[in-house]
Write a protein that binds this ligand. Sequence first.
Ligand SMILES: [Mn+2]
Length: 198
Amino acid sequence: MRYALLGDIHSSVEDLKDVLNDIQKHAPDAELIGTGDLFECIISKKRAPFERFTKLDDVMLYSDELLDMLSFPTVRGNQEERIAQITDSDEPLLQRIRMMEERIAIGKSAQVIHGHQWEWGGDPWMPVLPETGPDLIFYGHSHDSGLSIENQVEEIGFGVPYSVTKGRTFVNVGAVVGDRAWVLYDPAGTVTFMKVMD
Ligand SMILES: [Mn+2]
């Protein structure tokens, strides 16, 4: 079973359409898993502590077309956390957002997490990678595709399979919004960074 990882969609219908078509083209057998920030919260981080809302319409961007495409399991991102934090309503979509897990396991040694839970800093903006945990972690949040093996940042290209069996490996899946990037994971031991080409 292969996996297609995708996230940081930020409610971009057009970019998501292109990525889903790309997955269909290159890996129609792959199981989809989301890395979080599927939705765009329109209330800023600054305003959020002081405001409360009773309708998702006032808090996030979404449409039926978007929701129809978001049928795969996903971890929650900081956008979903903010939406849940500032909205009080009985809309089923909000219940669904509240149910999103922080982590999803893939097999015995791989895990998916959005990554905002870690400390971030520097330029390029990078997370302080946790020293313990699974051998293979997929994350997002920074909208940069990237690969770290044993705390070493590796050069990557798109469409090239990289081994994930050389030590503790962190895969930054990149963003659907703007970049139309995603990652194909083959549990036989490789990841391939993918990007929709025009
Ligand atoms: Mn994020």
